[in-house]
Design a protein around this ligand. Structure first.
Ligand code: FAD
Length: 436
């Protein structure tokens, strides 16, 4: 019996691929293989934005490719919109996604396990179940890990007292509980990292969402951001929005004003800056420096920066053949480390792998990104970019992106807040096939 994907017309495929990143790939999409034999085995490690998209789009590119997705969690909580949970605008269920659609509709073999080791010479992945998978091509999308050695006094254990909430799930819930337990009149301190890190505007969206929660429930409370840098994404828009919605409730201290935290005392909820200033919090949110998820190290694809250098046109590792890496783990600047980019990169990788399994050249790649942030419930701002390979490196296409206007009326901010919800629903459906 034919499967639903075998009945997809080219037009449906085009529609389903969606997004600016996918369209330029179609002319070079490899033909669908027929018959019972599979056209190669691709193992995908990580079922977040990059990995789940890669698994799905590999099957769409060629249903005859056997695709195995390895992800420990049965339910994935998205970081996008986790700040809205902190602000009281969403519950955790609304940011939860499972793998049923990938299994049932796209015939992806989903294994809930950790990939513990990778042998690139023999093309093998060892799983926490004890099983070993052989791959023809491997996709890694392990996201980020925290650099537990970067901040004196801050490690995995102290993160239970001063949560980072930079991976959604338990950490996010913990931070929310601390905010709820805090007395009115308290101070929420956020320690923000230097670049590069997951989601450049994320800390500043969080500041707005926490300030919103305070405005509604704890009106005498404050937000203090201690930052290891002097500039941040959409800075002018954020600071104007904070002032407009929350007055002086949010204070930001940049690097030049001694904002860089070097020591954390989680027991006493205290932090110390580079020049010895101490700040005491009632709720302490430490977002430490980051690196590629540890399995990338095991695969031998990271460099001394802790991130993964990739060939710009295919996202194959620069260091190890047949391993493709997508998402936050990669060095892909000027593309930001965003869910949108991970999804767009994964589509390019799916097309490149499907082509390489047929000994065809990879199609030309373009990527797009839009980062929406909510400053308040009806106050959205965004920045967008389009990228392509120019002179052997990823470059932003001049004039193709943009940022929300500085002097827009509240009606425009309210519209952007609506677009943000539309974006979230669309990308989750595109990634996991789930309806929100
Ligand atoms: C607060 C916050 C807000 C954000 N808001 C936005 C937003 O509005 N828009 C946006 O585009 N982006 C946003 N982001 C960024 C976005 O979350 C990331 O860019 C995106 O998740 C990256 O996708 P990824 O596939 O690289 O990693 P992830 O989505 O984190 O997926 C990694 C997966 O790999 C799995 N994994 C790791 N190691 C292994 C292993 N050894 N074996 C098997 N599986 C493994 C993990 O369990 C995880 O499921 C936000 C981030 C934060 C923190």
């Amino acid at each position: 019996m034919s499967q639903p994907w075998n009945r997809l017309s080219r037009r449906q495929l085009l529609k389903g691929l969606g997004g600016a990143s996918a369209l330029p790939l179609l002319g070079a999409m490899p033909s669908l293989a027929i018959g019972g034999q599979h056209a190669g085995h691709v193992v995908v490690v990580g079922g977040g934005f990059g990995g789940a998209t890669a698994a799905k789009y590999l099957k769409r590119a060629n249903p005859a490719i056997k695709v195995t997705l390895v992800e420990p969690a049965e339910v994935f909580y998205t970081c996008p919109f986790s700040n809205l949970f902190l602000g009281g605008l969403r519950d955790m269920r609304s940011i939860a996604h499972n793998y049923d659609e990938l299994r049932q509709r796209y015939d992806v073999d989903v294994i809930h396990a950790l990939a513990e080791d990778i042998d690139a010479d023999t093309h093998k992945v060892r799983l926490s179940t004890g099983d070993t998978l052989h791959y023809d091509r491997l996709v890694l999308s392990p996201g980020v890990d925290m650099r537990w050695d970067a901040l004196d006094g801050y490690d995995e254990a102290t993160a239970e007292k001063a949560p980072h909430a930079w991976k959604a799930g338990h950490q996010t819930t913990l931070l929310k509980q601390q905010l709820e337990a805090m007395e009115d009149g308290g101070t929420f301190i956020m320690v923000a990292p230097d670049n590069p890190y997951r989601c450049p505007p994320g800390p500043y969206e969080r500041a707005g969402m926490v300030a919103h929660y305070f405005k509604e429930h704890k009106p005498s409370s404050k937000v203090l951001i201690l930052d290891a840098k002097d500039n941040f994404s959409k800075q002018g828009l954020f600071t104007a929005g904070w002032q407009h919605l929350y007055g002086d409730r949010i204070e930001w201290v940049g690097l030049s004003n001694d904002g860089r935290v070097t020591r954390v005392d989680a027991d006493n909820l205290e932090v110390e800056t580079e020049f010895g200033t101490r700040h005491r919090a009632d709720v302490l949110n430490v977002i430490p420096p980051q690196k590629a998820g540890w399995i990338a190290d095991r695969a031998g694809v990271t460099d001394s920066s802790g991130w993964v250098p990739v060939k710009p046109d295919t996202f194959e590792s620069q260091q190890v053949n047949d391993i493709y890496v997508v998402g936050d783990a990669t060095v892909a600047a000027p593309m930001p480390k965003s869910g949108f980019c991970a999804n767009a990169q994964a589509k390019v990788v799916a097309a490149a792998i499907a082509s390489s399994l047929e000994q065809q050249p990879a199609p030309t790649a373009y990527w797009a990104n839009t980062c929406y942030s909510l400053v308040g419930p009806n106050y959205g701002i965004s920045v967008a970019g389009v990228y392509r390979v120019t002179d052997g490196a990823i470059a932003e296409v001049a004039g193709a992106g943009g940022i929300s206007p500085a002097d827009a009326p509240d009606t425009v901010r309210a519209l952007e807040a609506e677009y943000a919800v539309g974006w979230y629903n669309a990308i989750c459906q595109d990634t996991w096939g789930t309806q929100v």
